[in-house]
Design a protein around this ligand. Structure first.
Ligand code: ATP
Length: 371
């Protein structure tokens, strides 16, 4: 496989970062970033996303571990010698300079010739659809336009990697959605690596080639948006990415799982017999049926219309809560059946890490091939 055989542009090897106050905010984090892809670091506030960006940018040094860029250790390479640029959350534009001079700033520091500065700045502004805005003052721009100036200022330096720290968080929802499309499109046109930080899971799912889901200084799971959405490896990831029904269960044997007082066919294996597990079923994978044809029966507790679907909450006889997204409505207080396919049941081992998950899956697939 050509792409995966290629050397990653960035690699973290067991990188730990502790601050002077003793707090360890990154714990032996290892990952690879491939060229030309859109990556997202996703996780709740304080989990260490910005710290990873700062380490890549060179604003901070790791306490231990190695950071590689193009195969070379860059732990102590100063920020201005790295082929990386950052777009900050507050854009950090210079209010006393016009659009042109904001974008030109980095090139002026490098003492580039005026004619080259002009060419490059105009090209960068064209890229972000701001041609003709050169003489505008920053204060005369909308939030979305400021955002684009910040991006133009970063890409004018032709970095190999662009770091974006929650760049859309200051925008209203509509503009934010527009800018998501624009950023994704820009990344494709430029063909450089983007590493984007957000705590918004929908944004991460919409934009990324690959997502790293973080919690308390560790990467819980990495994968494509569909991998992470469809096969969350633990409760934290399932809960953080989209809405989920998560209930306790037991793996009876391969392809057979027990929860909510019943045994169901499923598509998972590789567990110990009777191993306790957690079950995830997405609300959109459940359908409302007559009680007699449901795999489970729930009593409807509440219903909300969400525009495209009804969000129905019900409780089964074992007391588990189930959320259903359905185009059909139900009646509060009535008993309805829940239908779902074996594929809709995602089985997770308690507290399994990503490496353990991968090892288990590999061992299971190998043993299945031998059978
Ligand atoms: N200079 C510092 N000194 C001490 N602790 C710090 C410093 N910078 C960050 N931290 C701590 O490191 C942890 C991780 O911070 P970081 O900014 O990486 O998180 P984050 O995931 O980007 O959060 P947010 O989404 O809120 O920006 C936090 O607990 C924070 O308080």
């Amino acid at each position: 496989m050509g792409a995966s055989a290629e050397q990653p542009i960035i690699r973290f090897e067991r990188v730990t970062k502790s601050y002077d106050d003793g707090e360890t905010v990154l714990k032996e984090v290892s990952f690879e970033i491939r060229r030309g892809q859109f990556y997202t670091l996703l996780g709740p506030s304080g989990c260490g996303k910005t710290t990873i960006l700062r380490l890549i940018a060179g604003f901070q040094e790791p306490s231990s571990g190695e950071i590689y860029f193009d195969g070379k250790v860059i732990n102590r390479v100063p920020a201005n010698e790295r082929q990386v640029n950052t777009v900050f959350q507050d854009y950090a534009l210079f209010p006393h300079l016009d659009v042109f001079e904001n974008v030109a700033f980095g090139l002026r520091i490098k003492r580039m010739k005026q004619a080259d500065v002009e060419n490059k700045v105009l090209e960068a502004l064209r890229f972000v659809n701001l041609k003709g805005y050169e003489k505008r003052q920053i204060t005369e721009l909308s939030g979305g336009q400021r955002q684009r100036v910040a991006i133009a200022r970063a890409i004018v330096n032709e970095p190999q990697v662009l770091l974006l720290d929650e760049p859309l968080s200051a925008l209203d929802l509509k503009l934010r959605t527009e800018m998501q499309y624009e950023l994704r499109e820009l990344q494709r046109r430029l063909g450089i690596t983007f590493i984007f930080v957000t705590h918004d899971q929908e944004e991460a799912l919409a934009m990324s080639d690959e997502i790293f889901v973080m919690k308390e200084g560790t990467i819980q799971q990495s994968g494509t948006p569909t991998d992470i959405y469809d096969e969350p490896i633990n409760r934290f990831v399932a809960d953080f990415i989209g809405e989920s029904n998560i209930v306790a269960g037991q793996m009876v044997r391969d392809y057979e799982v027990r929860f909510a007082g019943h045994t169901f066919e499923c598509v998972d294996g590789g567990f110990r017999p009777d191993e306790p597990v957690e079950i995830v079923i997405r609300p959109e994978d459940l359908e409302i049926t007559p009680p007699e044809s449901g795999k489970l029966v729930v009593k409807v507790d509440s219903q909300l219309f969400r525009g495209v679907h009804y969000e129905i909450i019900g409780y089964d006889d074992a007391g588990n809560e189930w959320m259903v997204h359905s185009t059909k409505r139900a009646t509060v207080g009535e008993r309805v059946g829940l239908g779902f396919d074996p594929e809709a049941i995602h089985v997770m081992r308690f507290g399994e890490t990503e490496e353990e998950f991968d090892r288990r899956l590999l061992a299971y697939e190998e043993s299945a091939n031998e059978r």
